[in-house]
Design a protein around this ligand. Structure first.
Ligand SMILES: Nc1nc2c(c(=O)[nH]1)N[C@H]1C(S)=C(S)[C@@H](COP(=O)(O)O)O[C@H]1N2
Ligand SMILES: [Mo]
Length: 310
């Protein structure tokens, strides 16, 4: 068993005073907005989550690597582009951040980041992160379960999938000045994947708010799927009857599928998926089915041919 699934988070943990103070500080960030929305964070500020039982027993990748070796094509294609360009582009000037909730639900509308987060207790979860390029990290996220957020908008019986969209703003995302990808970046999940307890909306890592390079102010984390499913800087969540055509499916339909579950047996045309390089380690390690989360999620795909539904 690779992750410890302990008892539910206790009330005493979520009402811990330090956590409460930090949450208030986080919520105070948005005071400038006309709607209750947090500003684009220029630098990270403290953000604590209650320690969750959802944690792998592996050494977290140093924060330096997590925040400087990134894939975020809105800034450029080099791993160093996001960290190098974000400080001069993304943070200026500060602007409120809102999310549009739409589609098959009873309560669509626009909601400020603060209001989206406020009702939920922040958790710290230490997850593996596996990029389809065959490198991996272990990241201590701070976030809230996506399921709890989605339920508030009361998805109806036609809501079979959820689609997420990244902000389009070439002033802040210099990579969007060229057509590296078909902007906006779009990703999607099947409803049961979105509602799975492991699926997280992250607003921080290593006890601080997300830096732009990691998808500030809010991004998706689905630890059993390849990293590209973890869409950054989300401005829209839409409930749909049919699966989203994701950015990578549009860009290379033969290389990327909708599910993108980590699978050592199904190779990408350019990268074998049998092994991976954990950033900071010398020897390659074996890639685990569902990135080591098979016990928790394999049942979602019972009866599906995973070589076809990749
Ligand atoms: N909007 C957007 N989200 C994105 C990407 C991107 O280019 N644009 N890259 C994805 C890929 S390929 C990976 S591996 C992860 C990397 O997340 P990290 O840089 O925080 O480790 O972000 C994903 N989310
Ligand atoms: Mo990736």
């Amino acid at each position: 068993m690779l992750i410890r699934m302990g008892p539910d988070i206790r009330e005493s943990e979520v009402t811990d005073k330090g956590l409460w103070l930090d949450r208030r500080r986080f919520l105070a960030m948005g005071a400038a907005g006309a709607v209750a929305a947090s500003a684009f964070p220029v630098g990270a500020s403290p953000l604590t989550g209650a320690k969750s039982a959802y944690k792998v027993d592996e050494t977290p990748t140093p924060m330096k690597d997590v925040t400087t070796y990134n894939n975020f094509y809105e800034f450029g294609t080099d791993k160093s582009d996001p960290a190098q360009l974000a400080p001069s582009y993304f943070g200026k000037p500060a602007k409120p951040w809102t999310l549009a909730i739409s589609g098959e639900c009873a309560k669509p509308g626009t909601i400020g980041l603060e209001d989206l987060i406020k009702p939920h207790a922040l958790e710290e979860r230490i997850y593996r992160m596996r990029c389809v390029e065959a490198w991996s990290m272990v990241i201590p996220w701070v976030g809230i379960p996506l399921a709890d957020v989605l339920k508030r908008f009361e998805p109806n019986s036609k809501a079979k999938f959820v689609e997420f969209t990244t902000l389009v703003d070439p002033e802040r995302f210099p990579g969007q000045r060229s057509r590296l990808l078909d902007w906006p970046y779009i990703e999607g999940l099947r409803m049961d994947e979105a509602m799975h307890p492991l699926t997280l909306l992250a607003v921080g890592l290593y006890g601080e708010t997300l830096l732009p390079q990691n998808g500030a102010p809010i991004r998706l984390v689905v630890p059993w799927k390849y990293g590209f499913k973890g869409i950054k800087s989300i401005v829209s969540i839409r409930f749909t009857e049919t699966p989203a055509r994701s950015t990578w499916m549009k860009s290379a339909p033969r290389e990327y599928g909708f599910y993108a579950n980590v699978n050592p047996k199904v190779d990408h045309p350019r990268w074998s998926q049998a092994k991976e390089r954990r950033i900071g380690e010398f020897l390659k390690r074996d890639t685990l089915p569902f990135n080591g989360y098979a016990e928790q999620v394999a049942s979602l795909y019972a009866g599906m041919d995973l070589a076809v539904n990749y």
